[in-house]
Write a protein that binds this ligand. Structure first.
Ligand SMILES: [Zn+2]
Length: 602
């Protein structure tokens, strides 16, 4: 959008008026001054006109005079005729929110007011502050001066109080009925029963009676370097002749907003990218201060005991963990890059001695400790998992799935304060791809909320056609193996949880059919089906994820001082975590967005 249209649109915003319910605190003032009531009524009239896209009613709110003054980011305009000429059919916003209306009488017959706005024209969103001056005329109250200025990036949204919901705060404590949560400056100011957390004077309220609030969900295991389909994983199904890998990666690098949106749309307000290209580390900064992105922490390139080929010609996501020297060099490189963690892919590499690999992993752990970075290890075998814990792993990013965990494993995990991130459903995605190619039927897509972008949907629908003739026939031929894995993973999750080891929900999103965002719901449901209580799953999907990211002091629970990242759902998640799909609002950094605003498809 160019500045001229920004100016015009900014001015149209001025006419939007107040969407939110009238701030209760202002009513007392209004009783003292009929002028304030009249000014507020004019706001409403104006708002209705915008809603109905009624140009005549909209223009009727303004002073029909050559002195009607309007100011936007590029300057000043005068005259009613100019406004009328510039108000056209295409100027109405697709979405708007207006709140935090403040009115002050200047003198009899003149009222000054401001409010905060947020508007969206297509994909272009702007927030800002709008002023106006209302005057009493023989023909009624009119707007005589209007201004609108976009807020600088990082400006927190206006304060808001969420009233009447049942609060599940993420700590595991019993829910609080009829709760109040006050959001201010992007953070939680207070949360609790109405008697303890009061709605401050002048703060707009949002009535959430009959709904449930949880912390925003945290996916502690994602990969922004992968698409959720086979084009990002040619090792699973090689379609590089149709989807050149370097082009796939370039799209991922240059369009993070696709996934940012699908995460928020799914209720996910923080993600941990535990392995990818170096640019994933830069996404941490990109997402910071962007209310349309989840919090992002990223580990960057992985240190892998297997010399894996899936790299770009001039960029690596896998650093071959050949020996202890590479381990130390690799960790220092990650530290210089700004990585949030050191991720090790501990794969039993054919022809390598186990102890020799374990020593390299231990060296990575030692160097990680020295540089203050947590060690995260992909370890699906009990032996690797124990070696990882001995090396100081803080997060184990997959289930142990080759055999039941034992006492020694539990002892090591406890002693090292490790967190267990089970990723129960990622293997199913691969199985569903292979099955789709075999049967010729496109895989079903679990997207009831409408969060998945059209390109991803089209790719998934094309799976049988793309897979035909390209799938290695040995892949996924024996589904019984998967059933066995599932059983071991479920039992291990319950055992680890009962032993008091913290659990963090993670999906491994980006892998084929483990879609960015939506896949958290299937994962949480699988955790519940494995034997965790809904409360335990919610804690793992909020507090546990924040703990795994090392960000529990910033988010993960609904407590004063933490980020105002919340999920509002229409049914009780303690009756079953599938109810977390029934999203009404997603709140990130205090910005309250109805689900409809985040959907790709409506
Ligand atoms: Zn992974």
């Amino acid at each position: 959008m160019n500045l001229r249209t920004a100016f015009e649109r900014g001015l149209l915003v001025v006419g939007i008026g107040v969407l939110a319910a009238p701030p209760t605190a202002a009513r007392g003032v209004e009783r003292q001054s009929p002028d304030l009531g009249a000014a507020r009524a004019l706001f409403r009239t104006n708002l209705d006109a915008i809603r109905r896209r009624d140009r005549a009613a909209y223009l009727a709110c303004y002073l029909e005079s050559d002195s009607l003054a309007r100011t936007g980011p590029v300057g000043f305009r005068l005259g009613f005729k100019d406004l009328a000429d510039r108000t056209g059919a295409n100027d109405w916003p697709d979405f708007f929110d207006a709140s935090d209306l403040k009115l002050a009488p200047v003198r009899e017959g003149i009222v000054y007011g401001t409010y905060r706005y947020r508007v969206r024209y297509g994909e272009d969103e702007q927030s800002g502050l709008s002023e106006r001056l209302f005057v009493s005329t023989p023909r009624g109250w009119r707007i005589a001066v209007t201004t609108a200025f976009p807020a600088p990036p990082g400006t927190p949204p206006p304060p808001r109080a969420l009233v009447g919901a049942t609060l599940i705060d993420g700590t595991g404590k019993p829910p609080v009925r009829d709760a109040v949560v006050v959001l201010r400056d992007g953070k939680i100011e207070c949360a609790g029963p109405r008697t303890r957390c009061r709605v401050p004077a002048g703060v707009d309220t949002l009535d959430l009676g009959g709904l449930w609030i949880t912390p925003g969900l945290v996916d502690a295991h994602v990969h922004f370097s992968q698409t959720g389909w086979v084009d990002g994983r040619p090792d699973a199904l090689d379609a590089r002749d149709v989807y050149p890998y370097e082009q796939v990666e370039e799209r991922l690098r240059s369009h993070p907003e696709t996934w940012f949106r699908s995460y928020l749309c799914s209720g996910v307000t923080a993600v941990f990218d535990v392995g990818g290209y170096p640019w994933t580390v830069a996404m941490q900064r990109q997402a910071r201060g962007d209310p349309r992105a989840p919090h992002v922490a990223a580990a960057g390139p992985l240190l892998s005991t297997l010399d894996f080929w899936l790299n770009l010609p001039a960029e690596r996501q896998f650093i071959y963990l050949k020996d202890e020297a590479v381990a130390r060099d690799g960790v220092r490189y990650l530290e210089s890059l700004g990585s949030a963690a050191v991720k090790v892919w501990f794969i039993i590499a054919p022809g390598r001695d186990f102890d020799e690999m374990a020593r390299a992993v231990a060296a990575a752990g030692d160097e990680a400790r020295r540089s203050g970075l947590p060690l995260i290890v992909h370890a699906t075998g009990l032996r690797e998992a124990k070696a990882a814990l001995r090396a100081g792993a803080k997060v184990l990013v997959h289930s142990v799935w080759d055999r039941p965990v034992d006492e020694e494993f539990i002892r090591l995990a406890r002693a090292g304060h490790a967190i267990y991130c089970p990723t129960l459903t990622v293997a199913d995605g691969y199985a569903r791809v292979y099955e789709s190619v075999r049967t010729g039927k496109p895989p079903a897509i679990d997207d009831p909320l409408g969060c998945v972008d059209s390109l991803t949907l089209a790719h998934i629908a094309s799976t049988p056609a793309v897979g035909a003739g390209r799938l290695d026939p040995s892949r996924g031929a024996d589904p019984s193996g998967l059933a066995q894995l599932r059983g071991i993973m479920a039992a291990n999750l319950v055992r680890v949880h009962r032993a008091g080891i913290p659990i963090a929900m993670g999906t491994d999103a980006g892998n084929p059919l483990t879609l960015h965002g939506l896949s958290v719901h299937a994962e949480m449901e699988a955790m519940q089906a494995a034997g965790l209580s809904p409360m335990a799953v919610i804690v793992a999907s909020t507090r546990g994820g924040a703990l795994a990211m090392g960000k529990l002091d910033e988010f993960g629970t609904v407590q004063p001082g933490k980020a105002a990242d919340l999920l509002v759902v229409a049914a009780d998640p303690l009756a079953g975590v599938a109810n977390l799909r029934r999203i009404r609002y997603v709140i990130r950094g205090g910005e309250v967005r109805p689900l409809d605003e985040l959907r790709v498809r409506r």
